[in-house]
Design a protein around this ligand. Structure first.
Ligand code: NAP
Length: 280
């Protein structure tokens, strides 16, 4: 079997166009504030990408680059100010934060209706009980890709490798909503190969290049690679050994060009959603 490659880049373009068209119909432009603490070059690259996406989608954006030694109170004060501004619909705090800052406490100060990353405990709870609201961008991106390619989820066996709060756990909730039977694997999972090889839908978000080999993929399975790993010799890759898995899967995402670009587009969608909540 030769798998259909799920093109996240093309779909991201389509989603951004949907956002641009909807934003253009609003009385006031949606607004996003991005806060970056410290000078981590990778975080700066991500923040720059978000700025570009906002410009493409007709979303007003502000970027706050704070020194690495910024204190907890100062950061929280900035978030409180942004919470109170009617031109800012979404607030995104670029993670990771420097070690001296309490990440959980900082994220909990963001007003839930401006929490476009869906990290606030209120929104996490809403997601858990199945309410409509913000969906975290990466899991939302996976769901949108699967929907776009018409992948049937109801009654299917879905195995997710990774149990982080930003990918594995929320993705499991979204999959459950669609009536998939979900298994979450992690480093203590005893028989990873056995678990993976019975998946109709196999999603890997471990951050371990080469973890998912072809023999772990069931014939005809749908394989989604969320991970982004940098190989010693340069290029980005996911967890999945692509050529091997593509020989057995029915659908597969590439890295790069799969989940990643669509995740950024989902942030734009969440900012638009926040603006709708705010009656723009
Ligand atoms: P994380 O917090 O480090 O979590 C990784 C998870 O994978 C953990 O639950 C860990 O298990 C599990 N894991 C690691 N190695 C494993 C192994 N050998 N066998 C089984 N499970 C294993 O990472 P994350 O933030 O969720 O991100 C995961 C990957 O996705 C990274 O490569 C990241 O760069 C990428 N990512 C991509 C996007 C995107 O938009 N494309 C967005 C976010 C993240 P334990 O819990 O037992 O440690």
């Amino acid at each position: 079997m030769s798998a259909v490659i799920m093109d996240g880049k093309a779909l991201a373009k389509k989603v951004k166009e949907e956002v641009r068209a909807a934003a253009a119909r609003m009385e006031r432009r949606p607004g996003l504030a991005v806060i970056l603490v410290g000078d981590d070059p990778a975080s700066q690259v991500y923040a720059d990408g978000k700025k570009r996406d906002c410009a493409q989608c007709g979303i007003y954006s502000e970027e706050y680059i704070l020194p690495a030694e910024t204190g907890q109170e100062e950061l929280m004060l900035l978030i409180e100010t942004l919470n109170g501004r009617s031109d800012i619909d979404g607030i995104l705090i670029q993670l990771p934060l420097p070690a001296h800052l309490n990440e959980r406490a900082v994220l909990s100060v963001v007003r839930p209706d401006k929490d476009v990353d869906c990290f606030h405990p209120f929104n996490v709870g809403e997601l858990m009980i199945g309410e409509k609201g913000f969906y975290p961008c990466t899991p939302a991106s996976v769901m949108r890709l699967l929907a776009e390619y018409g992948v049937e989820l109801s009654g299917k066996s879905c195995v997710i490798v990774g149990r982080s709060n930003i990918v594995g756990k929320p993705l499991a909730m979204l999959m459950l909503r669609e009536n998939a039977t979900v298994t979450i694997c992690h480093t203590k999972t005893e028989y990873l190969k056995k678990e993976c090889s019975r998946a109709d839908i196999l999603i890997s978000a471990a951050g371990q290049a080469g973890l998912i080999t072809g023999d772990m993929v069931k014939e005809g399975a749908v394989v989604v690679d969320v991970a982004v790993n940098r190989r010693a010799d340069g290029p980005l890759c996911g967890d999945v050994v692509f050529e091997e898995a593509a020989g057995r899967a029915s659908y597969i995402t590439p890295v790069p060009g799969g989940v990643g670009p669509l995740t950024r587009a989902m942030l734009m969608k969440n900012t638009l959603y926040a603006a709708v909540i705010h009656g723009k």
